[in-house]
Design a protein around this ligand. Structure first.
Ligand SMILES: [Zn+2]
Length: 355
């Protein structure tokens, strides 16, 4: 089992008369992506992925990995406002407004969180290499294989400044020596980058909000194909049934929880608890004859990145119930097998970026 740390990122370029933009020189700094997010969800269960042979012919497209988030998911978002230029202080209002619109289009729930560690979607001001080009206003993507997306905004591209606040087309005035002109409001940029974070790719169709180059004639709103894409990948999908989840606990490492990831047909979680000192107790009702022994194995990644069994237990089954208690750390897998070694259940432990 491997866990990828690959990031997929796209860049939004703005093509416009350069004179209309204050062309600054970006500082050469690190991309503001919380790398710690690379260790979280390992399961892709429940996300939309392109079915085999799926043809993207509608002017919208996802990566081969499909959706970043599950249908109906609550996506916690946080805006890291460090280094925010004074002339961009209302960006957060446009983010909030854009995400409200996107709730209607996707069926996702976007909820702001004050805790950056809790966020499934992080916005930041960034000096990343790709934004050094002053024509590039933003970047968006996701940590591949995970329920985690990010968006970075240029600090010096004019499109991210408050002069461009709004949805649809806005009138830009007050730029010295330049007549008032029409341009897509910066919510078009936010929606474009959030769609990258949700798994969408660029398309060539000029009217698409996923076209990589924006110019004055663009209406600044998604076209019919963009909306269809968001329906197909998110809104039209059934909400997954709730996954049994053990109660979160707090300790020196933060919040954690355990979730049932796979269950054999006929096997049910009847109780789960994650207690202090990360002791995980579970009870399954499972088709194992009374008196036989079920096996519980905890698998964790060692220092060298190898997956090793750290705990093994066998538990006698009584009244069709398998009860067990095992110590767990973050990012473990807990497998329960029947008396013949056949799979019954798999659990994962994770931190707080819950889907
Ligand atoms: Zn883009």
């Amino acid at each position: 089992m491997t866990r990828g740390n690959h990031q997929t990122a796209w860049v939004l370029a703005v093509l416009i008369c350069a004179a209309a933009f204050g062309l600054g020189t970006g500082a050469n700094g690190a991309l503001a992506v919380p790398i710690s997010a690379s260790k979280t969800w390992s399961s892709e269960d429940g996300r939309w992925t392109p079915p085999p042979g799926f043809q993207f012919i509608e002017g919208w497209k996802t990566t081969s990995k499909g959706a970043t988030y599950k249908p109906c998911q609550t996506v916690f978002w946080h805006f890291l406002r460090d280094g925010e230029p004074a002339d961009r202080s209302t960006m957060i209002d446009d983010i909030s407004d854009s995400l409200s619109r996107m709730e209607e289009w996707t069926g996702l729930t976007f909820t702001e969180t004050a805790d950056p560690k809790e966020a499934n979607l992080t916005f930041s001001w960034t000096d990343s290499d790709v934004l050094i080009d002053a024509s590039v206003a933003g970047i968006g993507g996701r940590v591949s294989g995970l329920y985690y997306g990010f968006v970075g905004f240029s600090k010096n591209n004019s499109w991210t400044s408050d002069a461009y606040a709004g949805y649809g087309t806005v009138t830009i005035t007050g730029q010295s020596g330049i007549e008032p002109f029409q341009f897509p409001g910066r919510q078009a940029l936010i929606i474009h980058e959030v769609m990258h974070a949700m798994g969408f790719e660029h398309v060539d169709e000029p009217s698409s909000i996923m076209n990589p180059e924006f110019d004055s004639p663009h209406p600044g709103i998604p076209n019919a194909a963009d909306l269809q894409g968001m329906r197909t990948v998110y809104l039209d999908n059934e909400c997954p049934s709730p996954v049994p989840t053990a109660q979160a606990v707090f300790d020196a490492e933060g919040k954690a929880f355990v979730q049932a990831r796979n269950l054999k047909r006929g096997t049910k979680v009847t109780s789960m608890n994650l207690g202090p000192n990360r002791r995980f107790k579970g009870t399954l009702s499972a088709p194992v004859p009374d008196g036989r022994r079920a096996q519980i194995v905890v698998t964790a990644e060692d220092d060298k990145g190898k997956w090793v069994d750290t705990t093994y237990q066998s538990r006698k089954v009584k009244n069709g119930a398998v009860r067990f208690a095992v110590p767990v750390t973050l990012y473990d897998y807990i497998y329960v097998r029947d008396h013949k070694g056949r799979f019954l259940a798999r659990f994962t432990t994770d931190d707080n970026r819950r889907p």
